[in-house]
Ligand binder design. Structure first.
Ligand code: GLU
Length: 495
């Protein structure tokens, strides 16, 4: 029987879930789903000073929102410190590690010497060959010690085959006898991470490229602990348009998953976009449903070349990669409208525009409004910005469109107020009767119907362009249309 695939997403909870982390989580989750394996969430919270509750909650919430549900966890690395210490103890007992009594000052002096000589500092192994008696004596004196791994001597090297980066070799002589437990008893991250993976029987370590530097050391730990090696797949970097690495420090909220949620992204659209940062199928297809993506995914498709995330801090409309916005628009326009509705509801609620009546008596109407609007929208937030007039009387009128129109046809002021009366007095308010009123009036005053149409549209919806005109008037309703035309924004404006 083939071994069950076990993967894990192991974020350090020191900040919000960012898109780089989400991408790592996505690849792990996909691989687990693809292979029928297990996906573990492990929070690497051993850095007590930098780990926060807020960050833990944010990561968990972000993953749930994205739909990346884990099969085990969340496990907290801090609860396994004893395991890490025991592993170090075992390494001491088996002669793979040794106690190092060098003080911080000793090491600092050596480091400074190396800097002066313009050589790279590598620990000189001075404690590696202490005899048992020497060690016992130092311990009896109460001298603190760190534990270091004995890197094999000789001209050999650690060689491994990374799924993404290929064969990687690091010579033993270039790896110092690294510390695995500090003199205060705290295990080092490099040890904790490997011990947790061994205990959890992780078969595939899929993580960011920054993990690559630690991998040779971890392989030495695996070997010393007699554990079999997992497959390693390190993902390439994601760069900004100026080719700088995407980071929380430089890009702030623009790389936070919650920022995309707040700005109107659908979770699956974001997953679909992020997976394309560094992974592709041979036919360079871009839109994948969940099932399609699980089916198409393979570790071999992860690209070695760095990807570019075209975030744009200075563009209001396209605040992020246009491709991400377009993918979002695709889903927003094509998913079953019933599935879209909860997101619209959440958005309306957040803007104080949700009306319980929608659920009680007007759910059909709401569905129809959403259906009408969504074909023009890119983001969920569009429902309460450009689509606000469909849900509230307190909507924004696009000043530029208004200006253009009123300059062209100053008489619109009068026309629209007359039209308000005519709309009010329609007996049966439907597409036919509305059209008739507008056509008649255009005929009477001798303008093309289009002139009235754009005047009405701006007054009633706030925008010069929008979805199907007559359907919009029906959706907004006879009373409101008449009211808005009578209110006559053209008078009110100070143009
Ligand atoms: N905790 C590490 C990080 O957040 C992940 C290390 C790993 O996946 O092995 O970068």
């Amino acid at each position: 029987m083939e071994k069950q695939v076990v993967v894990r997403f192991a974020p350090s909870p020191t900040g919000y879930l960012h898109i780089g982390g989400a991408r790592t989580a996505i690849f792990n989750w996909l691989y687990a789903r693809k292979t029928g394996g297990k996906f573990i969430l492990r929070l690497e919270d051993t850095d007590a000073e930098r780990s926060t509750e807020n960050s833990i909650e944010g990561i968990i919430e972000g993953l749930k929102w994205l739909g990346l549900l884990w099969d085990e966890g969340p496990n907290f690395q801090s609860q396994y410190i004893e395991d890490h210490q025991k592993a170090a103890q075992k390494l001491l007992e088996t002669g793979h590690a040794y106690k190092c009594f060098c003080t911080k000052d000793d090491i600092e002096n050596k480091r400074e010497e190396a800097v002066k000589k313009k050589t790279t500092y590598i620990y000189n192994k001075s404690c590696r060959d202490l005899t048992c008696d020497q060690v016992a004596k130092k311990e009896a004196e109460g001298l603190p010690y760190a534990i270091r791994l004995k890197v094999p001597d000789g001209s050999g090297s650690v060689t491994f085959n990374d799924v993404v980066y290929g064969t990687i070799e690091k010579k033993y002589v270039d790896i110092e006898d690294f510390i695995i437990v500090r003199s205060n008893g705290k295990p080092l991250y490099v040890l904790s991470n490997a011990v947790d993976d061994i205990r959890d029987k992780v078969t595939h370590v899929i993580r960011g490229q920054d993990g690559l530097a630690n991998t040779p050391k971890q392989i030495l730990l695996y070997n010393a602990l007699g554990a079999s090696l997992p497959v390693f797949a390190h993902m390439s970097l994601t760069l900004d348009p100026k080719k700088a690495k995407i980071s929380k420090r430089h890009h702030g909220e623009l790389v936070a998953v919650h920022f995309y949620r707040q700005h109107g992204f659908l979770p699956w659209a974001l997953v679909n976009f992020l997976v394309l940062l560094g992974w592709a199928t041979s036919e360079s297809r871009e839109i994948f449903s969940k099932e399609e993506l699980i089916d198409a995914f393979s570790l071999e498709g992860i690209s070695r070349a760095n990807s570019v995330f075209n975030i744009n801090k200075d563009d209001q409309k396209y605040f992020t990669d246009p491709k991400a916005i377009n993918i979002n628009a695709h889903y927003l326009r094509t998913m079953p409208v019933e599935e879209l509705l909860p997101y619209v509801k959440e958005q309306l609620k957040s803007e104080g525009l949700w009306n319980d009546e929608y659920e009680a008596n007007r759910s059909e109407e709401l569905l129809d409004t959403v259906e009408l609007l969504r074909n023009r929208f890119h983001l969920i937030t569009d429902f309460t910005t450009i689509g606000r007039a469909y849900f509230s009387d307190d909507y924004f009128i696009d000043a530029d469109s208004l200006k253009k129109n009123i300059l062209k046809h100053p008489e619109l002021t009068q026309w629209l107020s007359n039209l308000a009366d005519k709309i009010s007095s329609i007996n049966i308010y439907n597409a036919k009767t509305i059209e008739q009123v507008i056509m008649d009036m255009a005929g009477d005053i001798g303008v093309k119907p289009g002139v009235l149409v754009s005047g009405i549209r701006i007054a009633v919806t706030g925008h010069a362009v929008g979805p199907d005109f007559i359907r919009s008037l029906i959706r907004i309703g006879q009373d409101k249309v008449a009211e808005r035309l009578a209110k006559n924004i053209y008078y009110e404006s100070d143009l």
